[in-house]
Design a protein around this ligand. Sequence first.
Ligand SMILES: *Cc1c(COP(=O)(O)O)cnc(C)c1O
Length: 524
Amino acid sequence: MPMNRTGRPSHSGEGTLPAPFESFSGHRGLRHEEPLIFEIGDARHSGVDIEDAGDFQTALGGLERNGSIGLPGLSEPQTVRHFTRLSQKNYGIDSGFFPLGSCTMKHNPRLNEKVARLPGLADIHPLQPQSTVQGALAVMRDLSHWLMTLTGMPAVALNPKAGAHGELCGIMAIRAALEARGDARKIILVPESAHGTNPATAVFCGYQVKAIPAGPDGRVDLEALKKALGPDVAGIMLTNPNTCGLFERDIIKIAEAVHEAGGFFYCDGANFNAIVGRVRPGDLGIDAMHINLHKTFSTPHGGGGPGSGPVVFSEALAPYAPLPYVVETDDGLALHEHHQGADDQSFGRLVAFHGQMGMYVRALAYMLSHGHDGLRQLAEDAVLNANYLLAELSTHITASFTGPCMHEALFDDRFLKDTGISTLDFAKAMIDEGYHPMTMYFPLVVHGAMLIEPTESESKATLDEFIASMRGLAAAAKEAAETGKTERFTAAPHFAPLRRLDETLAARQPLLKWTAPTPSQAAE
Ligand SMILES: *Cc1c(COP(=O)(O)O)cnc(C)c1O
């Protein structure tokens, strides 16, 4: 394997279209090999001019450092180039189509970013006197209003910092409500198609998880659910639309059955994008539901930024919601550390301060710029786009369920039967086509799942290009199986900066620590 100037193996010459020669620099065209930051620069370099500290007396009483801690030293141009090149290796929604199912990788409007960077919002501190941050508190109040209105729920906790954190918040409120009535139930029901965070949350809160099977139509088996209900069931965690991209048509019957058995109904609202403006979860009998602001209401996420997972609550759970929350007082807006009224039974604080302020601003900017009609249209367009892909792709790739879908389309690996090509191979071949692969092997209810979520922000032209590539790949897979030449898939990706990585090894033994090369390595 060729080595680049840093002494690390070069991957750049390995495509199916090999370069006629190795470059002297180790780079390939304008695509640079980028070393680790520790492998470039020198501790004596700096991006800023700081005067020599001269003689000084430390006040650390002997706790001061007695040697170098190995920080990298780079000049400003070196720093800019390093991070710019790294950013160019990162595929994101701003680079191209990103149909990662269940993640709602939609366009993030630049308007949101502009508003979030206003100094009055970006530069405030959570410990500032409340009289000086009235605008930020108004953002929180208005966002709460929109979330309660869109969901038809009477209370909201803004502060959970991700969808999974929202689940934790909701299940903690359910547990507080059950404890308040002296009812220590032990079981949470979770459908088989659920996101992994659902059972993880239930177990983290001390519950046993009982799986509910899906029916042949990809939806919860209502009879199986009713059989599982009993005096020890604290509640159910149900995703709607579910992770097969299907609306749980029995949701009202499910809510009634759970309530009749004395349990609570937690809804995983990560897929709210499909129904916002069309259905109010509060009308469906839900007691608590998180909303992934970073999915439905846009914000760079998935390596691109933080999440935010506010939870809306029913009347029954509202008294147990976490603190603080914004209230109007005679002196303006304030954060209250107690629920109003006699029945304050909050489980307490969930986060140190007030949650992800920057995301509140982005979500509210998104809501205000879309308006109620725009939000409804985004759900309609998301569903339309997914159904277009479902219809156009199901001629070549096996759709898992019959009938229309919601915001994402589920396919499985039956079309690859006897080809020797797996879902993973197919996904890697999509990288060669310039697409971030769809979600793979999830949900678990079908074999070799391929979950495709186009979102509303993709044009028909983009979808048509994608369809042509996917059909081409499906036909190429059949042909490869006939000729026995499957390397296009089994050795893919061929054109990416790095070839097939050992993902298991990378997860089990990540190389997170850089060690200085020995003098002989450095000399090579
Ligand atoms: C994304 C997602 C979650 C988790 O949300 P995070 O914000 O990533 O913690 C939970 N459930 C479903 C169905 C999801 O799609």
